[in-house]
Design a protein around this ligand. Sequence first.
Ligand code: OAD
Length: 256
Amino acid sequence: MRAPSDPDAAAELPAALIEVLKDSTEVVALTGAGVSAESGVPTFRDAQSGLWSRYRAEDLATPEAFRRDPALVWNWYAWRRSLVQAVKPNPAHLALAALERRISGFQLLTQNVDGLHRRAGSSRLLELHGDLFLTLCSAERTPVETWPEHGDAPPRCPRCEAPLRPGVVWFGETLPEPILSSAFALSAGCQVFLSIGTSSLVQPAAALPLCALESGATVVEINTEPTPLSEIADFVLNGPAGEIVPALLQSAWPTG
Ligand code: OAD
């Protein structure tokens, strides 16, 4: 893969990869924070900015942090929602939404909670770690759409007065079962598995490409850095998702 700034990213894709992709219809893509990086959304491994710079994401996205300081955690997610609302999907998000329209067997799995895949037009989408814009009652774990604003953070559930929480999976929490088993079933049944912009460090999502590999799929990694998956993937494309994913779409699935 040439330098990320090179406009001929399509010309640099391995011919053997395009050969495999162009006849594939059962394609699964798993994305991580790297797919939103070019939209301006910091990744988990990026240092946090501004007044949140003294906190690590791993120390805030936990049930313990919410118990210890619910206002801090609620305000951190409010900050992340405002940050994401101010940015827009980038060419990688848009190319994945276009791919869904071009092949009926395409399925997108994301670890991201930023909602940018939906805003780009993806609908065959499983959000493994939840959604920043979903709010739950922390006691009932049921969605809450509206609540009386009394200025307190976090607001209270209108039904039972428990504090509200973001509808995301925190460290130490389990992923919703139907979504997780669907993600493994899709990974086991696909011909091609694209791992895009994820450090492949966090389970159980990091096991999905291994499941695909063991089931005979071709595994392709797209990342600006090596990851634990790089050693075993069939193809490793080093560069920004915002250039490589559109190039893959153009070269392997050129028309819808
Ligand atoms: P990370 O921050 O761990 O990894 C982001 C990956 O994207 C890294 O491997 C970067 O090299 C890569 N990257 C950065 N910019 C890129 C670009 N422009 N194009 C392609 N790749 C790029 O984020 P995730 O792997 O998503 O879980 O983290 C997985 C999970 O860890 C998150 O969902 C979160 C966190 O714990 C929960 O909150 C439960």
